[in-house]
Design a protein around this ligand. Sequence first.
Ligand SMILES: [Zn+2]
Length: 200
Amino acid sequence: MNIDSSFFKLQKIKQETIFFETWGSTLNETADELAKQATLMDYVGPEPALGLSMMNVKYEISQWSVQEQNRRWRNIKSCRQAKQFMQVVNIRLTQYVVRLSRKDLRLLVGLLTGHNTLNRHLTLLRRIDDPLCPLCKEEEDTSLHLLGNCCAIAEKRCEFFGRYFLGPGDLKQEHWSILLSLSLHFNSHFPGELGLAGVY
Ligand SMILES: [Zn+2]
């Protein structure tokens, strides 16, 4: 590139800059004014007319739906165990569970709701009369105890979570895929001890 062509390019850029500085604000003001006038005009086109894009409508309905489900979930007095794992609607986890096999979904739902074949629930159903954990015999056999607190499987828990013990608050933070993986491991290694056969 020689000096002459560089000079002409700089001249061109300078002229374009002057043009946009001169007319840019005027064009914006004109566009604003026309938009304002359009809002006052009668609608022309297929009826019924809705001044929102379909994407906005879908988004608003989705947000309303999530808020309504959360409100109803908070107001339900029952489901104590399920609320320990699920506080609000979680789209990411929902998308995960709908892709699970029927067998895994059954196991996960049992874990999250407490409607499973762990000893506490079987005792409530009067199927057995000892609600204690069959591994440690120290606490009631529940999902929270199994996943976060049973000392008999602390080593294995550490392999999955990186910690020996997890409280209810910790378990809420974990992805359900890890809870399911740990439960599948228990099911295959302690088939006679841990009754995680499914939902009751
Ligand atoms: Zn235990």
